[in-house]
Design a protein around this ligand. Structure first.
Ligand SMILES: Nc1nc2c(ncn2[C@@H]2O[C@H](COP(=O)(O)OP(=O)(O)OP(=O)(O)O)[C@@H](O)[C@H]2O)c(=O)[nH]1
Ligand SMILES: [Zn+2]
Length: 256
């Protein structure tokens, strides 16, 4: 079950939508990621389809990274012209480079994989009680306006013998947040990733975020925030388990 609620803590008022289980852990839109495309291009060059390569030339991957950075820089330059700025003015000279690098950082999740980030940190502990990592800060970009949305994620699961290194839950959030996203898909992808790596008895993910596209522009509602949840397995089937999770994420820890 997934759930989304805006402007309040009572998620039951929100619209509900159901998603099938076992969806692929891709970038969610069925498209090849820019980095995958970049790797394919680099491979072509490595395979000799990209013309001769000088001995002192940058490696194919480096060359390709430079090429995509160049494309991004020109696009930023055009944006500057579009907003009526002069890209040659001193303060803006390095702006295309900075923006391109910032965008690359903010979308680095396209370049990561679940397998690499988990790095085998799955332990057979025989622990079968709820594990919850809450208040995981997240920063993402909405795919509609490419403006930030930011907030917190809470990720819980009930193991079926296997547990994962705690930091890996935060890394999973990070991998999916560092892409162009909608909050609902981000929430669902995190839940499905935990399900994939651990096959636990259940997974629950709640994301609370505020969207700059609703704050700084458009409807301009600075106090609004959106809550989305994805509940799988026992969190979906058993109301008591779901309530225990919701109580735990409401409780303020004493060290705060
Ligand atoms: N469901 C969902 N919607 C989002 C998310 N981020 C942004 N949006 C919404 O995407 C919608 C895009 O609507 P459009 O009418 O195509 O674009 P717009 O004219 O810029 O819309 P306004 O923001 O209402 O001005 C807006 O309602 C945004 O609030 C998200 O994570 N989830
Ligand atoms: Zn938006």
């Amino acid at each position: 079950m997934t759930m989304a609620a805006s402007n309040g803590s009572n998620g039951s008022k929100g619209a509900r939508a159901s998603y099938g289980k076992g969806q692929s852990i891709g970038n969610g839109n069925g498209k090849i990621s820019p980095m995958a495309e970049a790797s394919a291009l680099a491979q072509q060059v490595a395979d000799g389809q990209g013309g001769g390569v000088r001995a002192d030339a940058p490696s194919p991957v480096e060359a390709d990274v430079d090429a995509t950075l160049g494309v991004m820089k020109s696009a930023v330059r055009e944006l500057l012209v579009g907003v009526g700025e002069n890209p040659e003015r001193e303060g803006l000279l390095r702006t295309p480079q900075r923006v391109a690098e910032a965008m690359r950082f903010l979308t680095q999740g396209y370049n990561q994989s679940l397998e690499t980030l988990v790095n085998g940190a799955i332990f057979d502990e025989g622990h079968n009680e709820m594990v919850l990592v809450r208040d995981i800060d997240l920063f993402s970009l909405c795919e509609h306006h490419m403006l930030p949305f930011l907030g917190k994620a809470h990720v819980a699961y009930i193991p079926n013998q296997k547990v994962v290194g705690l930091s890996k839950l935060a890394r999973i959030v990070e991998m999916y947040a560092r892409r162009l996203q909608v909050q609902e898909r981000l929430t669902r992808q995190v839940a499905e990733a935990v399900e994939t790596i651990l096959e636990p008895r259940g997974v629950a993910v709640v994301v609370e975020a505020t969207h700059m596209c609703m704050v700084m522009r458009g409807v301009q509602k600075p106090s609004s925030w959106t809550v989305t949840s994805a509940m799988l397995g026992v969190f979906q089937d058993d109301q008591k388990t779901r309530e225990e999770f919701l109580n735990l994420i409401r409780h303020q820890p004493s060290f705060h």
